[in-house]
Design a protein around this ligand. Structure first.
Ligand SMILES: Nc1nc2c(c(=O)[nH]1)N[C@H]1C(S)=C(S)[C@@H](COP(=O)(O)O)O[C@H]1N2
Ligand SMILES: [Mo]
Length: 324
């Protein structure tokens, strides 16, 4: 019988543990007279030659075919309550430390099992296909949710450009690895023994090619804020939020199912598929309901986060209780 690695953490559990560890690290650093924890504001600007496209308007027409009609959350809700563990495990860490990330210049390498591997400058990627606005609910595995107007275009436009080989079955996404920009990637100071960096996520190729899967550059009519995954992320609205990797530097087409960050950390808590499913509970909490930010009463969680008509056919013949 194969030996299974014991679960090391859960997304909610690690929060408390990592905060504890961080405070301990802080006290140790303070005792040693190290002032290095004052990360905020310690870095200069990107300099005179910086491309000024890291903030400001990003116009796009709404695509109602692939949008929910639910009311959107406020911008400040979507930019101050975030999961982005590279900045820390508290919900306000990404907003507090997001300025450390420099989203320009930025290149994305697209390769693996493709006929035309390429490195793209993110400003060229922005022009690869027409930008659309998509209103999607974001359902975190922690059982909270919000509705966000994203801006981007289907990931399929980019994947088709590099011409996947017939042997490609999965797509892996890799987030930037740089402890200077992502303070929690510094193991000695703010790290926690949970996720292996860089953050990794993945999809089956047919999921990645689905028109709902959005290569995302903006939200609320603006360029993506750093805490939401600037300059480029994916959004997969029928899956739990952790599948939607932020600040991507590499997209790799593969034959085998890629190793993904949360699944590797706690496989029985975070499946590879991670389809929003109210009938499959997280081992330690129910997924039947969720807390929409700004609402008082919990609401029911919808199968595939409300997109069952669009995506259920991707999973015909699969046991979604086993392949959770
Ligand atoms: N690189 C990276 N991507 C990530 C995460 C992360 O910690 N690191 N957190 C995920 C989780 S758990 C969620 S719920 C969403 C949150 O996206 P938002 O902050 O834009 O709402 O980002 C996902 N993408
Ligand atoms: Mo999440």
């Amino acid at each position: 019988m194969p030996i299974r690695r014991a679960p090391r953490l859960t997304e909610a559990e690690v929060t408390d543990e990592a905060v504890y560890l961080n405070r301990r690290a802080f006290l140790a650093a303070a005792a040693a007279g190290a002032a290095t924890l004052a990360l905020a504001g310690s870095q200069g600007s990107a300099g005179a030659g910086a491309v000024p496209s890291t903030r400001g308007p990003l116009p796009a027409l709404r695509n109602p075919r692939w949008s929910t009609t639910e009311p959107t959350n406020r911008l400040d809700e979507a930019t101050t309550y975030n999961n982005f563990y590279e900045f820390g495990v508290d919900k306000d860490d990404p907003a507090r430390l997001g300025h450390l990330l420099h989203p320009r210049p930025w290149t994305v390498q697209v390769g693996g099992l493709v006929r035309k591997p390429a490195r793209f400058d993110v400003d060229d990627l922005l022009k690869l296909a027409p930008l659309e606005e998509r209103i999607y609910p974001l359902r975190c595995v922690e059982a909270w949710s919000m509705v966000i107007p994203w801006i981007g275009y289907p990931l399929s436009a980019l994947l088709k450009r590099v011409e996947p080989l017939g042997s490609a079955t999965f797509v892996a996404f890799t987030t930037l690895l740089d402890p200077e920009q992502f303070p929690a990637q510094k193991p000695q100071l703010l790290g926690f023994a949970g996720l292996d960096w860089p953050y990794a996520e993945g999809l089956r190729l047919d999921e990645a090619l689905h028109p709902l899967t959005l290569l995302t550059f903006g939200m609320y009519g603006q360029v993506l804020p750093n805490q939401n995954g600037a300059p480029i992320r994916v959004v997969i609205p029928w899956k739990y939020g952790f599948k939607s990797a932020k600040s991507i530097v590499r997209i790799t087409l593969m034959r085998e199912q890629p190793k993904t960050a949360w699944n590797a950390a706690a496989p029985q808590e975070y499946g590879f598929y991670a389809n929003v499913n109210p009938t499959v509970d997280h081992p330690r909490w129910s997924q039947a309901t969720e807390r929409r930010l700004g609402e008082f009463r919990r609401r029911k969680t919808a199968p595939f986060n409300g997109f069952a008509d669009e995506v259920a056919a991707l999973y015909t013949g699969m046991d979604l209780r086993r392949d959770y």
